[in-house]
Design a protein around this ligand. Structure first.
Ligand code: NIG
Ligand code: FE
Length: 413
């Protein structure tokens, strides 16, 4: 932890308490700490009293006793889409279920129609305030899925929009191909034909254009079978792309074991996950991404098997699942509160879920998610008394400073 890098530092953030999310302490906390940056990296971490007697540093920042945390990672979002589904919300309040609405041609299909009709510029304009809201709360790394296009051209538009947002906001982004999200109208009755189209045409073309960083699917009775998802994963493997899966959200289809068998990054949702799925994930090191926003918004009552995940030491991440149907919620901080209130996660577990384990869910564990020497200097300064306050308080919480890749960004958000 206390590594002294010889030479010059660009910045030194001092007089802060650190939540490093490393080691055994709760939050990996180190009180009265300091962090030095060189370019976009963390170069020194330790106690203020262990700073070298002499050092050369361009800028010193007084943290005034605030808490310094790693930048937050939202590892599961559907941030790019057109339209909204407020009408379906009303239908659900009147008694219709998410599944009934989907089977009746609403749900994902209605967002697909709106998204197909939008230009890249319109998709970017619609997603811009969503991304700005997440980043204003401290998100410095994000995953963004396609999956509302469901054709080569419309999926490309979504991934181009995501890429444009990544570059405009200077955020770390994993762009995930989610062609196997729903069956588009032109393939009704021919799910296998659609999977062929994805595997043989769409995914190879988009990967060749450099628009895809990972591959996801929706394994569910209202979406695709494990056998169909397996074919998507085989196509991903042939292109050397990592995989993840929407699994066991509405029923147990054994998708988690499937994604684990492909050394998947994560299995996500997981309310209906069973012991075999947990064992497979533990073996493969596949992260469990829990999505309390969708659980809450769909009024789900079956809780994900938190106790068994803990027992098997499966890394647990939390994400917003920001999307127009099941989680129209653009706040990662709210997810902390929901996970603690609804499921009994501890604030420390919840915060690890959007830092260290959020990074792991994206395969980014070597690059960000903790405060450690060599990691990217994605850092948040919070005016709080204890990190638990971030899970406890809803609203009126903002970082006082945000560094992304060593650059102070608060002013630009
Ligand atoms: O993660 N489960 C499937 N996909 C999204 C919902 C998408 C939608 O309803 O538009 C989810 O919950
Ligand atoms: Fe999702």
């Amino acid at each position: 932890m206390m590594t002294t890098a010889a030479g010059r530092w660009d910045r030194l953030i001092r007089n802060v308490h650190l939540a490093t999310f490393t080691g055994d302490q709760e939050y990996g906390q180190l009180r009265h700490g300091a962090v030095a940056l060189v370019a976009d990296r963390i170069a020194w971490v330790g106690r203020e009293t262990d700073l070298p007697a002499e050092f050369d540093c361009d800028e010193q920042i007084d943290g005034q006793g605030q808490w310094l945390l790693p930048g937050f990672i939202d590892c599961h979002t559907h941030l790019v889409f057109a339209g909204n589904r407020a009408d379906e919300f009303a239908m659900r309040l009147a008694g219709a279920s998410y599944e009934e609405i989907a089977r009746a041609g609403g749900g994902i299909a209605s967002t697909v129609a709106a998204t197909r009709a939008a230009s890249v510029d319109q998709l970017v304009a619609a997603a811009r305030p969503r991304l700005a809201a997440l980043m204003a709360e401290g998100v410095t790394g994000i995953e963004v899925k396609s999956g509302y296009g469901l054709s080569l051209e419309a999926e490309r538009q979504m991934l181009l929009a995501a890429t444009q947002l990544r570059d405009e906001f200077g955020i770390s982004m994993q762009r995930t191909f989610l062609g196997a999200h729903a069956l588009p109208p032109e393939y009704q009755g021919d799910a296998d034909g659609y999977i062929d189209y994805l595997c043989l045409e769409v995914l190879p073309a988009l990967a060749a254009e450099g628009l895809v960083d990972a591959v996801d699917g929706f394994c569910e009775s209202i979406a695709f079978s494990p056998e169909q998802i397996r074919r998507v994963f085989e196509a991903a493997r042939a292109l050397d792309l990592p995989v993840k899966l929407h699994a066991e959200q509405l029923s147990n289809q054994h998708g988690s074991a499937l994604v684990a068998s492909f050394d998947g990054l994560s299995a996500d949702h997981l309310e209906y996950l069973d012991g075999d799925g947990i064992a497979a994930m533990a073996n493969a090191g596949t992260t469990a991404v829990l999505l309390p926003g969708a659980y809450y918004f769909l009024k789900e009552t079956k809780q994900p098997p938190l106790a068994q995940l803990r027992q098997e030491q499966v890394a647990i991440a939390l994400a917003s699942d920001a999307n127009p149907g099941s989680s129209p919620i653009f706040s990662l901080l709210l997810m902390l509160n929901l996970a603690c209130t609804l499921w009994g996660m501890t604030p420390a577990e919840a915060l690890a879920g959007i830092t260290r384990n959020g990074a792991k869910a994206l395969g980014w564990q070597g690059r960000c998610g903790t405060i450690e020497v060599g990691k990217r200097a994605d850092l948040l300064l919070w005016p709080i008394d204890t990190p638990a306050q971030l899970a406890y308080q809803v609203g009126a919480l903002r970082p006082s400073q945000i560094w992304i890749g060593g650059e102070l960004r608060k002013d630009r958000l």
